[in-house]
Design a protein around this ligand. Structure first.
Ligand code: PTJ
Length: 264
Protein backbone atom coordinates (compact mmCIF):
# COMPACT_ATOMS: atom_id res chain seq x y z
CA UNK A 1 0.00 0.00 0.00
CA UNK A 2 1.09 3.58 -0.56
CA UNK A 3 1.61 5.81 2.43
CA UNK A 4 -1.33 8.23 2.23
CA UNK A 5 -0.46 11.73 3.36
CA UNK A 6 -3.00 13.62 1.33
CA UNK A 7 -4.45 16.38 3.51
CA UNK A 8 -8.26 16.67 3.23
CA UNK A 9 -7.97 20.38 2.51
CA UNK A 10 -5.56 19.86 -0.38
CA UNK A 11 -7.15 21.60 -3.41
CA UNK A 12 -6.71 18.42 -5.47
CA UNK A 13 -7.45 15.90 -2.68
CA UNK A 14 -10.16 14.07 -4.65
CA UNK A 15 -7.97 13.60 -7.70
CA UNK A 16 -5.00 12.53 -5.54
CA UNK A 17 -7.17 9.95 -3.74
CA UNK A 18 -8.24 8.54 -7.10
CA UNK A 19 -4.59 8.28 -8.13
CA UNK A 20 -3.77 6.56 -4.86
CA UNK A 21 -6.60 4.08 -5.39
CA UNK A 22 -5.18 3.26 -8.83
CA UNK A 23 -1.63 2.91 -7.54
CA UNK A 24 -2.75 0.59 -4.72
CA UNK A 25 -4.84 -1.40 -7.21
CA UNK A 26 -1.78 -1.66 -9.43
CA UNK A 27 0.24 -3.01 -6.50
CA UNK A 28 -2.55 -5.55 -5.92
CA UNK A 29 -2.35 -6.66 -9.55
CA UNK A 30 -5.73 -5.22 -10.60
CA UNK A 31 -4.54 -2.26 -12.68
CA UNK A 32 -1.95 -2.73 -15.45
CA UNK A 33 1.13 -0.47 -15.30
CA UNK A 34 -0.13 1.04 -18.50
CA UNK A 35 -3.46 1.71 -16.80
CA UNK A 36 -1.69 4.35 -14.69
CA UNK A 37 -0.51 6.09 -17.85
CA UNK A 38 -3.99 5.81 -19.37
CA UNK A 39 -5.41 7.52 -16.28
CA UNK A 40 -2.91 10.37 -16.65
CA UNK A 41 -4.10 10.92 -20.21
CA UNK A 42 -7.67 10.93 -18.99
CA UNK A 43 -6.83 13.46 -16.25
CA UNK A 44 -5.33 15.83 -18.81
CA UNK A 45 -8.60 15.84 -20.77
CA UNK A 46 -10.57 16.16 -17.54
CA UNK A 47 -8.70 19.43 -16.83
CA UNK A 48 -9.73 20.72 -20.23
CA UNK A 49 -13.34 19.69 -19.67
CA UNK A 50 -13.40 21.65 -16.39
CA UNK A 51 -13.50 18.47 -14.24
CA UNK A 52 -17.27 18.29 -14.26
CA UNK A 53 -19.94 16.34 -16.11
CA UNK A 54 -21.04 18.51 -19.02
CA UNK A 55 -24.57 18.87 -20.37
CA UNK A 56 -23.31 16.94 -23.41
CA UNK A 57 -22.13 14.06 -21.23
CA UNK A 58 -25.52 14.05 -19.47
CA UNK A 59 -27.22 13.71 -22.87
CA UNK A 60 -24.94 10.78 -23.73
CA UNK A 61 -25.64 9.23 -20.31
CA UNK A 62 -29.41 9.38 -20.96
CA UNK A 63 -28.90 7.87 -24.42
CA UNK A 64 -26.78 5.10 -22.87
CA UNK A 65 -29.52 4.47 -20.28
CA UNK A 66 -32.08 4.22 -23.10
CA UNK A 67 -29.81 1.83 -24.97
CA UNK A 68 -29.44 -0.41 -21.92
CA UNK A 69 -33.21 -0.37 -21.40
CA UNK A 70 -33.90 -1.46 -24.99
CA UNK A 71 -31.15 -4.10 -25.06
CA UNK A 72 -31.97 -7.80 -25.20
CA UNK A 73 -28.66 -9.02 -23.87
CA UNK A 74 -26.41 -6.23 -22.54
CA UNK A 75 -22.90 -6.89 -21.22
CA UNK A 76 -20.62 -4.60 -19.22
CA UNK A 77 -16.97 -5.24 -20.09
CA UNK A 78 -14.60 -4.60 -17.19
CA UNK A 79 -10.86 -3.91 -17.33
CA UNK A 80 -8.39 -3.12 -14.55
CA UNK A 81 -9.02 0.64 -14.28
CA UNK A 82 -12.80 0.22 -14.32
CA UNK A 83 -12.67 -2.44 -11.61
CA UNK A 84 -10.39 -0.32 -9.43
CA UNK A 85 -12.43 2.87 -9.76
CA UNK A 86 -16.09 1.83 -10.02
CA UNK A 87 -16.60 -1.86 -9.14
CA UNK A 88 -19.70 -1.13 -7.03
CA UNK A 89 -21.31 1.03 -9.71
CA UNK A 90 -20.65 -1.69 -12.30
CA UNK A 91 -22.56 -4.16 -10.13
CA UNK A 92 -25.38 -1.66 -9.52
CA UNK A 93 -25.67 -0.94 -13.24
CA UNK A 94 -25.66 -4.67 -14.05
CA UNK A 95 -28.41 -5.32 -11.49
CA UNK A 96 -30.67 -2.47 -12.60
CA UNK A 97 -30.29 -3.21 -16.34
CA UNK A 98 -30.10 -7.02 -16.17
CA UNK A 99 -26.61 -6.91 -17.74
CA UNK A 100 -23.91 -9.52 -17.52
CA UNK A 101 -20.45 -8.53 -16.31
CA UNK A 102 -17.44 -9.79 -18.28
CA UNK A 103 -13.75 -9.35 -17.49
CA UNK A 104 -11.90 -8.34 -20.64
CA UNK A 105 -8.28 -7.30 -20.44
CA UNK A 106 -5.76 -5.87 -22.85
CA UNK A 107 -2.93 -7.14 -20.64
CA UNK A 108 -4.58 -10.46 -19.85
CA UNK A 109 -3.12 -12.83 -17.27
CA UNK A 110 -4.77 -15.52 -15.18
CA UNK A 111 -3.75 -13.68 -11.99
CA UNK A 112 -5.33 -10.39 -13.11
CA UNK A 113 -8.53 -12.09 -14.27
CA UNK A 114 -8.92 -13.71 -10.87
CA UNK A 115 -8.12 -10.68 -8.75
CA UNK A 116 -10.58 -8.55 -10.76
CA UNK A 117 -13.25 -11.27 -10.51
CA UNK A 118 -12.73 -11.34 -6.74
CA UNK A 119 -13.04 -7.56 -6.49
CA UNK A 120 -16.30 -7.58 -8.47
CA UNK A 121 -17.67 -10.38 -6.31
CA UNK A 122 -16.74 -8.41 -3.20
CA UNK A 123 -18.74 -5.52 -4.70
CA UNK A 124 -21.77 -7.84 -4.92
CA UNK A 125 -21.54 -9.51 -8.36
CA UNK A 126 -22.84 -13.09 -8.52
CA UNK A 127 -21.60 -14.27 -11.89
CA UNK A 128 -18.58 -13.02 -13.80
CA UNK A 129 -18.09 -13.97 -17.44
CA UNK A 130 -14.89 -14.14 -19.49
CA UNK A 131 -12.58 -15.68 -16.90
CA UNK A 132 -10.18 -18.54 -17.71
CA UNK A 133 -11.47 -21.17 -20.12
CA UNK A 134 -14.79 -19.30 -20.44
CA UNK A 135 -13.13 -16.69 -22.65
CA UNK A 136 -13.01 -19.27 -25.40
CA UNK A 137 -14.44 -17.28 -28.32
CA UNK A 138 -12.48 -14.86 -30.50
CA UNK A 139 -13.49 -11.52 -32.00
CA UNK A 140 -12.37 -11.60 -35.63
CA UNK A 141 -9.88 -9.01 -36.92
CA UNK A 142 -8.42 -8.34 -33.50
CA UNK A 143 -4.95 -9.47 -32.54
CA UNK A 144 -4.68 -8.26 -28.92
CA UNK A 145 -5.68 -10.35 -25.92
CA UNK A 146 -8.92 -8.37 -25.98
CA UNK A 147 -10.07 -10.62 -28.80
CA UNK A 148 -10.77 -13.35 -26.24
CA UNK A 149 -14.41 -13.17 -25.16
CA UNK A 150 -17.01 -15.36 -23.50
CA UNK A 151 -19.45 -17.00 -25.95
CA UNK A 152 -22.19 -16.57 -23.32
CA UNK A 153 -21.15 -12.97 -22.62
CA UNK A 154 -19.79 -10.41 -25.09
CA UNK A 155 -20.07 -12.71 -28.11
CA UNK A 156 -23.82 -13.17 -27.55
CA UNK A 157 -24.48 -9.54 -26.55
CA UNK A 158 -26.37 -6.97 -28.58
CA UNK A 159 -25.10 -4.04 -26.47
CA UNK A 160 -21.62 -3.93 -24.92
CA UNK A 161 -20.45 -1.23 -22.56
CA UNK A 162 -16.71 -0.75 -22.79
CA UNK A 163 -15.44 1.89 -20.37
CA UNK A 164 -11.80 3.00 -20.88
CA UNK A 165 -11.37 1.03 -24.03
CA UNK A 166 -8.80 0.80 -26.76
CA UNK A 167 -10.08 1.84 -30.17
CA UNK A 168 -9.29 -1.44 -31.93
CA UNK A 169 -11.76 -3.48 -29.99
CA UNK A 170 -14.52 -0.89 -30.15
CA UNK A 171 -14.16 -0.92 -33.93
CA UNK A 172 -14.08 -4.74 -34.06
CA UNK A 173 -17.19 -5.02 -31.85
CA UNK A 174 -19.11 -2.56 -34.02
CA UNK A 175 -18.01 -4.52 -37.12
CA UNK A 176 -19.54 -7.71 -35.75
CA UNK A 177 -22.84 -5.92 -35.17
CA UNK A 178 -22.66 -4.88 -31.51
CA UNK A 179 -23.86 -1.53 -30.24
CA UNK A 180 -21.05 -0.10 -28.14
CA UNK A 181 -21.32 2.34 -25.24
CA UNK A 182 -17.96 3.87 -24.28
CA UNK A 183 -16.84 6.18 -21.50
CA UNK A 184 -13.78 8.16 -22.50
CA UNK A 185 -12.55 11.56 -21.35
CA UNK A 186 -10.79 11.99 -24.67
CA UNK A 187 -13.31 13.01 -27.35
CA UNK A 188 -10.55 12.66 -29.96
CA UNK A 189 -9.83 8.99 -29.26
CA UNK A 190 -10.59 6.24 -31.76
CA UNK A 191 -12.82 4.60 -29.14
CA UNK A 192 -14.84 7.81 -28.85
CA UNK A 193 -15.19 8.04 -32.62
CA UNK A 194 -16.04 4.38 -33.23
CA UNK A 195 -18.48 3.76 -30.37
CA UNK A 196 -22.25 4.00 -30.90
CA UNK A 197 -22.60 6.20 -27.81
CA UNK A 198 -19.63 7.90 -26.15
CA UNK A 199 -19.89 9.46 -22.73
CA UNK A 200 -17.12 12.07 -22.61
CA UNK A 201 -16.68 12.21 -18.86
CA UNK A 202 -14.70 10.75 -15.99
CA UNK A 203 -15.87 7.23 -15.24
CA UNK A 204 -15.86 8.10 -11.54
CA UNK A 205 -18.51 10.79 -12.10
CA UNK A 206 -20.48 9.22 -14.94
CA UNK A 207 -21.11 5.68 -13.69
CA UNK A 208 -23.23 6.78 -10.68
CA UNK A 209 -25.08 9.20 -12.96
CA UNK A 210 -25.76 6.42 -15.45
CA UNK A 211 -27.17 4.21 -12.69
CA UNK A 212 -29.35 7.17 -11.61
CA UNK A 213 -30.53 7.82 -15.16
CA UNK A 214 -31.55 4.17 -15.68
CA UNK A 215 -33.40 4.26 -12.34
CA UNK A 216 -35.32 7.40 -13.32
CA UNK A 217 -36.12 6.22 -16.84
CA UNK A 218 -36.83 2.58 -16.13
CA UNK A 219 -40.62 2.82 -15.87
CA UNK A 220 -41.09 4.89 -19.01
CA UNK A 221 -42.21 3.09 -22.13
CA UNK A 222 -39.98 1.67 -24.83
CA UNK A 223 -41.30 4.42 -27.14
CA UNK A 224 -39.58 7.02 -24.96
CA UNK A 225 -36.27 5.09 -25.03
CA UNK A 226 -36.43 4.87 -28.83
CA UNK A 227 -37.16 8.59 -29.09
CA UNK A 228 -34.11 9.43 -26.92
CA UNK A 229 -31.97 7.16 -29.10
CA UNK A 230 -33.32 8.66 -32.34
CA UNK A 231 -32.51 12.17 -31.12
CA UNK A 232 -28.95 11.33 -30.04
CA UNK A 233 -26.17 11.94 -32.55
CA UNK A 234 -22.80 10.67 -31.31
CA UNK A 235 -20.76 12.56 -33.92
CA UNK A 236 -22.48 15.82 -33.02
CA UNK A 237 -22.05 15.19 -29.30
CA UNK A 238 -18.32 14.53 -29.79
CA UNK A 239 -17.86 17.62 -31.97
CA UNK A 240 -19.61 19.73 -29.34
CA UNK A 241 -17.39 18.21 -26.62
CA UNK A 242 -14.35 19.31 -28.64
CA UNK A 243 -15.83 22.82 -28.87
CA UNK A 244 -16.47 22.76 -25.12
CA UNK A 245 -12.73 22.21 -24.58
CA UNK A 246 -12.02 25.15 -26.88
CA UNK A 247 -14.51 27.37 -25.00
CA UNK A 248 -13.06 26.29 -21.64
CA UNK A 249 -9.54 27.16 -22.81
CA UNK A 250 -10.75 30.61 -23.90
CA UNK A 251 -12.49 31.07 -20.54
CA UNK A 252 -9.46 29.91 -18.55
CA UNK A 253 -7.20 32.22 -20.56
CA UNK A 254 -9.57 35.14 -19.96
CA UNK A 255 -9.51 34.44 -16.21
CA UNK A 256 -5.74 34.87 -16.28
CA UNK A 257 -3.12 32.13 -16.36
CA UNK A 258 -1.77 32.54 -12.83
CA UNK A 259 -5.24 32.48 -11.18
CA UNK A 260 -6.04 29.22 -12.91
CA UNK A 261 -2.77 27.65 -11.83
CA UNK A 262 -3.74 28.11 -8.18
CA UNK A 263 -7.09 26.39 -8.61
CA UNK A 264 -5.98 23.30 -10.51
O1 PTJ B 1 -6.81 -3.45 -17.71
P1 PTJ B 1 -6.35 -3.67 -19.13
O2 PTJ B 1 -5.27 -4.72 -19.23
O3 PTJ B 1 -7.49 -4.00 -20.06
O4 PTJ B 1 -5.71 -2.30 -19.69
C1 PTJ B 1 -6.47 -1.14 -19.62
C2 PTJ B 1 -5.84 0.07 -20.34
C3 PTJ B 1 -6.57 1.32 -19.84
C4 PTJ B 1 -4.38 0.16 -19.98
C5 PTJ B 1 -6.00 -0.11 -21.84
O5 PTJ B 1 -7.36 -0.27 -22.15
C6 PTJ B 1 -5.44 1.05 -22.63
O6 PTJ B 1 -4.29 1.08 -22.99
O7 PTJ B 1 -6.30 2.04 -22.88
P2 PTJ B 1 -5.90 3.37 -23.69
O8 PTJ B 1 -5.80 3.04 -25.15
O9 PTJ B 1 -4.80 4.10 -23.04
O10 PTJ B 1 -7.22 4.21 -23.53
C7 PTJ B 1 -7.71 4.60 -22.30
C8 PTJ B 1 -8.65 5.80 -22.54
O11 PTJ B 1 -9.35 6.00 -21.34
C9 PTJ B 1 -7.91 7.10 -22.85
O12 PTJ B 1 -8.49 7.70 -24.01
C10 PTJ B 1 -8.14 7.99 -21.62
O13 PTJ B 1 -8.38 9.34 -21.99
C11 PTJ B 1 -9.40 7.39 -21.03
N1 PTJ B 1 -9.48 7.50 -19.57
C12 PTJ B 1 -8.50 7.28 -18.66
N2 PTJ B 1 -8.96 7.44 -17.40
C13 PTJ B 1 -10.28 7.74 -17.52
C14 PTJ B 1 -10.62 7.78 -18.90
N3 PTJ B 1 -11.86 8.04 -19.32
C15 PTJ B 1 -12.80 8.24 -18.39
N4 PTJ B 1 -12.56 8.23 -17.05
C16 PTJ B 1 -11.32 7.98 -16.57
N5 PTJ B 1 -11.09 7.96 -15.26
Amino acid sequence: MTDSRIPDNHPRAKSLHTREKLINSHLEGIVAASGLIAHGRGEAFDYLLGEKTSKLALEAIDAAAAMFLTARNPVISVNGNTAALVAEEVVKLANITGSKIEVNLFYRSRARELVIKKLLEKAGAHEIFGVGKNASARIPELSSERRRVDPKGILAADVVMVPLEDGDRTEALVKIGKKVIAIDLNPLSRTAAKATITIVDNIVRSMPKLVGSVGKMKNQGVGKFREILRNFDNGKNLAESMLLIKENLSKFAAEGGTERGRAM
